[in-house]
Design a protein around this ligand. Structure first.
Ligand code: PLP
Length: 411
């Protein structure tokens, strides 16, 4: 008899987006003429940059000729891409990385979900609350957590780090010892960032406690303000304790094309039961070479084109487009009297629902009165209750229309 991994039964199901879809569909049946604007999903709407498309086309042509055909590539990515990542994303910020410290992959989702495999099941993990759900769910599947407490909206054996209005959406150090710490800045869903000094507190904690930080900087390209660190390695000592996840998804519109990378410095040690240190980099290499066969050549060629002069300009134009949407949303909501977070260095705007209104109640009100769909904060964790996420990834026209409607109808 085939038996299930019982940990999967702890997962309450992907309630959030299916429940949103259900409510939207029901509303559409009753109001077929309502022109609904979706500012809920975290997917991009602008096409790939022309230089990326050209590089991909050329790479496909090469694959069709015997002299230039390529089969399996290196599991950790082609050197031509890794060299460009190091030279453009790290060296200018004073971060030196070795070629074998960067692992190209098909997504930050898979990497952030898979990375926990290297850690023992008894490790205690910490996550911010609210949080991108992948970190939690992947650890639930691995058996590192307790059961889900429906009332609390939290799992046992996870240390939740509340990000609250009073704390300006920034987490505080855990009061109980933890071994794995997931941090994501610029943050999804709150859109907030940490300063270098604030990030240093976490790096120092990890060094003192032999903990490891899993730092997701998928939204680094959206940072506009000077002084906000784009990489955790800008913080002294981070090379000893932090893994960094990056993605071309939001930076360059690769959500449907799939390319990302993860940095695992060789200085990071992880310990066996005798207290002996092992190289985390070597273990991730072992894991990837066993379970992953690399990203396709045309996709890596397209990702490399992002780093050409033309590519950088084209990508920046798209990021500027989204960040102008973010400004329109942020300022529009403020003018309408809402308290908002984020939207300055991130494509997410995290708004407080009025009074004591719950996230789902606000979802219904926004949909039925303004015909705008967003994401209820409660879907990102217990501390997301009373908040609501809007994204800047829509078209300009829809973004402007949505904000006009909110201003006119949500008084
Ligand atoms: N990390 C965060 C914080 C995200 O919000 C997302 C996507 O929404 C991802 C990772 C996934 O990135 P990718 O498309 O590279 O899998």
């Amino acid at each position: 008899m085939a038996q299930i991994n019982e940990n999967y039964l702890k997962l309450p199901g992907s309630y959030l987006f299916s429940e949103i879809a259900r409510r939207v569909n029901e509303f559409k049946v009753q109001n077929p003429d309502a022109d609904i604007i979706r500012l809920g999903i975290g997917d991009v709407t602008r096409p790939l940059a022309p230089v990326v498309v050209e590089a991909m086309k050329q790479a496909v042509e090469e694959m069709g000729r015997a002299e230039t055909f390529r089969g399996y590539g290196p599991e950790q990515g082609y050197d031509f891409l890794i060299e460009k990542i190091i030279a453009n994303d790290y060296a200018p910020r004073g971060v030196q990385l070795g070629m074998d410290e960067v692992f190209v992959s098909d997504g930050a989702k898979s990497d952030t979900a898979n990375f926990q495999e290297i850690f023992g099941v008894d490790n205690i993990m910490a996550v911010t609350d609210p949080v991108y759900p992948v970190y939690v769910d992947s650890n639930v599947m691995a058996g590192r957590t307790g059961n889900y407490d429906t009332e609390k909206g939290q799992y046992g054996r996870i240390i939740y780090l509340p990000c609250t209005e009073e704390g300006d959406m920034k987490p505080e150090l855990p009061t109980a010892p933890v071994d794995m710490i997931y941090l994501c800045f610029p943050n999804n869903p709150t859109g907030m960032t940490l300063t270098k000094e604030e990030l240093k507190v976490w790096v120092d904690y990890a060094r003192e406690n032999k903990a490891i930080i899993l730092f997701d900087s998928a939204y680094e390209a959206f940072i506009r303000e000077e002084g906000v660190p784009r990489s955790i390695y800008e913080v002294e000592g981070a090379r000893e304790v932090a893994v960094e996840f990056r993605s071309f998804s939001k930076t360059a519109g690769f959500t449907g094309t799939r390319c990302a990378y993860t940095v695992v410095p060789k200085d990071i040690m992880i310990y066996d039961f005798k207290g002996e240190g092992h190289s985390l980099n070597k273990l991730w290499l072992r894991r990837q070479t066993t379970k992953f066969n690399g990203v396709s050549y045309p996709v890596q060629a397209g990702a490399a084109a992002v780093y050409t002069e033309e590519g950088k300009k084209q990508i920046q134009a798209t990021i500027d487009y989204y960040m102008e949407n973010a400004r329109i949303i942020r300022e529009g909501l403020q003018e309408a009297g809402f308290k908002v977070f984020g939207g300055v260095n991130a494509p997410y705007i995290w708004m407080k629902t009025p009074g004591t209104m719950g996230s789902w109640e606000f979802f219904d009100k926004l949909m039925t009165e303004a015909y705008v769909v967003g994401t209820p904060g409660a879907g990102f964790g217990a501390n997301g209750e009373g908040f609501f996420r809007l994204t800047a990834f829509g078209t300009r026209e829809n973004t402007e229309k949505a904000i006009e409607r909110i201003k006119a109808r949500m008084k």
